[in-house]
Design a protein around this ligand. Structure first.
Ligand code: BG6
Length: 313
């Protein structure tokens, strides 16, 4: 429902977990759980959901929520000694009431700032001091923007390194009717083949079986075209050179307790990430990584990837 003013409201979500609801005047909205700093909903001005969250998702900490946009930090997947995808998605974040200024579009009024800092116990798992600030913003036109700022606050002079991903689960009508443009001809590491390096063919990517690939040095715009829904998601990213494309397909779907057997048909993860070259921060240094998601009616065909034109046209 369109309201008169944009609003940002802290309320209770599933299982009494705190969540923040962002609403824009034309009716778009987004929801963020403080548990995980996890976006679980993004709706357009018609109230249509754009992100996939499994109906079997378990909203019980410390298990990460299945769907939406989990934050993978300080480790992507099993690329290191930490738990799968790091710990940020399993922690309770706080609302950052006084964030350092972030240069941003002055038209954006609807946002929330979250912060994650380590506790004494966390040091045992990852012996570094950091401040992770996450801004989740909704533009008047309904685009969703996530900005992460990670600062090394170590007082022992030590640098740290991390890998990162916005593990976005896009909601699609039928995975076999989906095409991804922007990753053609790029090199990727195939997670299903011990991360061996391959080169993608020239055609847009389509789906007919399990896929789990890390595309390297990707362009800043990727389009996810849902033919059946006649909708295109445009993912723009900054500071995040890699892009993971993941769909578990039927066999792996059945093995995941918090994922329905047929859920794989209705989701596609396209994850803006920094994986191949870990980010290294010295004490006092800050890294920034940003995504902007738009959902537009599909008005262009294969080979015409120019989301800028689509957005303006
Ligand atoms: C993807 C990985 O990013 O996340 C996959 O590339 C992994 O290998 C998937 O299976 C889901 O991970 P999780 O920990 O949320 O089940």
């Amino acid at each position: 429902m369109a309201g008169e003013k944009p609003s940002v409201e802290l309320c209770k979500g599933i299982n009494g977990l705190d969540k923040v609801v962002l609403r824009e005047v034309r009716g778009s909205s987004a929801e963020v759980y403080l548990f995980g700093g996890h976006v679980t909903s993004w709706k357009n001005e018609h109230g249509e959901e754009l992100l996939f969250v499994s109906s079997k998702a378990i909203f019980k900490p410390p298990k990460a929520i299945r769907g939406g946009i989990p934050i993978c930090f300080p480790q992507f997947s099993s690329h290191g000694n930490l738990e799968q995808h790091g710990f940020a998605r399993n922690k309770f974040w706080s609302i950052d009431t006084n964030p350092p200024q972030l240069p941003s579009n002055s038209l954006i009024k609807t946002f929330v700032d979250l912060i994650l800092k380590p506790t004494d116990d966390d040091f045992k798992i990852w012996p570094h001091s950091y401040e992770f600030r996450l801004r989740v913003a909704l533009t008047p036109g309904g685009d969703l923007m996530l900005t992460s700022r990670i600062r090394n606050t170590n007082s022992d002079g030590k640098p740290f390194s991390f890998t990162f991903a916005y593990h976005t689960y896009f909601l699609v009508s039928d995975i076999s009717e989906v095409r991804v443009e922007g990753l053609e001809t790029l090199d990727y590491l195939d997670n299903l083949k011990e991360r061996e390096r391959f080169t993608e063919q020239g055609d847009a990517i389509t789906f007919e079986s399990e896929v789990d690939k890390i595309y390297l040095s990707t362009p800043t715009k990727i389009a996810i075209i849902d033919h059946e829904k006649k909708r295109t998601f445009v993912l723009r990213k900054d500071g995040l050179p890699d892009a993971v494309v993941w769909n578990p397909w039927d066999r792996k779907a059945k093995a995941m307790p918090d994922f329905g057997d047929d859920d794989y048909k209705h989701m596609l993860s396209v994850e803006a990430a920094a994986i191949e070259k870990p980010i290294i921060l010295k004490p006092g240094e800050e890294w920034k990584g940003r995504i902007e998601l738009s959902a537009v009616p599909s008005s262009y065909c294969s080979g015409q990837l120019d989301p800028q034109k689509v957005l303006q046209g």
